[in-house]
Write a new protein. Structure first.
Length: 155
């Protein structure tokens, strides 16, 4: 009971906004790193790598992150009106995040050329950025349009 009083509680709308902001911030950070790595090799040489990164980001978005974002929104919307501030991600997702951060650190310290790493960073960053739009759309739908929550399969 003591720990329940310490738990930071926020509305589910704040959780949706936090999730969107987090996905956007990480997406922008990864794309920014890719941008600077592409900039080092020159724009003409970076163009094919950048285009590949964009195509891969669309694939990662459509086949991966958009579904994860929709499931996360469904999970948040099914919570009671207020939840723990850390519930903007499912608990098992925190483990995945730690693994992804560790993998990113390993890649950055590997002998792999930065131009190839930039493709991966752009693919993941772009997909995160695109998937974050799902959160903003739902926030708009719930708060501004005052439409009721419908599971993502029915929208």
């Amino acid at each position: 009971m003591f720990f329940d009083k310490l738990k930071p509680v926020v509305s589910k709308y704040v959780l949706i906004a936090l999730a969107g902001l987090m996905w956007s911030a990480v997406g922008v950070m990864l794309c920014r790193m890719a941008y600077y790595w592409f900039k080092e090799i020159g724009w003409f040489a970076a163009l094919p790598f950048g285009l590949l990164g964009i195509v891969l980001s669309l694939a990662v978005y459509f086949f991966g992150f958009s579904g994860i974002a929709r499931k996360n929104i469904d999970r948040i919307c099914l919570l009671s009106e207020k939840g723990c501030i850390f519930a903007f991600q499912a608990w098992k997702s925190y483990l995945i995040i730690v693994v992804m951060i560790a993998f990113g650190i390993i890649l950055r310290h590997s002998p792999i050329s930065r131009q190839y790493l930039a493709i991966v960073y752009m693919a993941i960053g772009g997909a995160l950025l695109l998937a974050s739009l799902h959160y903003y759309r739902w926030l708009w739908r719930l708060l501004i349009l005052k439409k009721p929550y419908l599971p993502s399969k029915e929208v």
